[in-house]
Design a binder for this molecule. Sequence first.
Ligand code: PXG
Length: 442
Amino acid sequence: MTAHAKPPTNDLEAFWMPFTPNRAFKADPRLVERAEGMYYYTPDHRAILDATSGLWCVNAGHCRPQIVEAIQRQAARMGYATSFNLGHPKAFELASRLAHLLPGDLDHVFFTNSGSESVDTALKIALAYHKARGKGSKTRFIGRERGYHGVGFGGISVGGIVGNRKQYGALLPGVDHLPHTHDPARNAFSKGLPEHGGEDFAGALEGIVGLHDASTIAAVIVEPVAGSTGVLVPPKGYLERLRAICDRHDILLIFDEVITGFGRLGAPFAAEYFGVQPDMITMAKGLTNAAVPMGAVGVRGGIYETLVNGGPGIELAHGYTYSGHPLACAAGLATLDLYRDEGLFERAAALASGFEAVVHSLRDAPHVIDIRNLGLMAGVELAPRPGAPGARAQEAFQRAFEEGLLIRVTGDTIAFSPSLITDPAQIEEMVAVTRAVLETID
Ligand code: PXG
């Protein structure tokens, strides 16, 4: 029998699903097949209120006609052109638009296709930059416990999620980690930035620099607010302190804004929200409203100049077949138009305090041991079931889906990150359904 003649097993079998317990899912699948605005629709036409913007990415809501039409037009005009030694106008236009949106002198943009690629790109730029300025011994990276920086080898090396690292051997050499900033003993149920720990948690960087010496350290990478590991909001003063220590030691500071970028905190980027200027920003997700995969790295002009003026020929031996893909650029431009024309970042800022109040109303719901929030992101942490971490939140996720609500769970934390087009009534509904679900599970 030839490969082509292989009989199909069952419809769901062949797709090896990412970050999913495949056997359990395929035994009891959940499918959606259409989406619009704040809702997904199942094949049997049930509406599911999306409290997670897809996966922290559909910041302008699902299937916005302006974005759909921009992609359609571009697909018909030119579906592909390389950005290697050739260009097409929309890639330059999108880079310029992003350079304007990015804070401070982050005025150059390298295109990728995902957050993971953006992270690995930023790490490579950091190494190349130090080498170009004669500081080639600066090769170490400092990440953070509970950090998520995608799934490339660079990203899992600087990342701090044990489960994402332990299957993959020795990873990148020369990586160290800051402590995470989650301190429920002192900061449980904080609204916005927690009071305690900013100085100490960031000050740990001095210890790491002391251990390795600044002459060996290229960059520090952190999420301004850690998303995937359960919405860990930095304590007051934390990011400012990290910036100061990096400045003192000539270490680049990279903000991974794959989640916090594009309005999640009510500002274009978290860097602006916090008033802390990083040397690079990695982004993806909301860049194209997730309608076409795309990521990017925003880079300070001085870094670009150092590399580009470093000598003749290709200055950075790096790039992807799909860097600056025309469909992604068309989607990105239409998405930035929507954010601007509908004032969606401002809308998120205006919704944030009501969102905070409603989410914190879950404080007395069963199993809830902590709630944390910033902008339009919130984590509601449940007490784990004895001996079965994650099981209670997973059951809440399944029950919520049955009740018409899509939430995201990570460990025993429920995350809410609605699209910026949401409204107070939908936020109330997300929380009411979640409360009802928590009341029915043990
Ligand atoms: N950095 C950050 C901060 C992210 O949140 C990535 C990098 C990687 O992006 P890509 O596009 O390569 O997936 C991410 C992705 C979750 C969840 O459940 C979050 C992400 C991905 C999958 C699940 O919170 N964020």
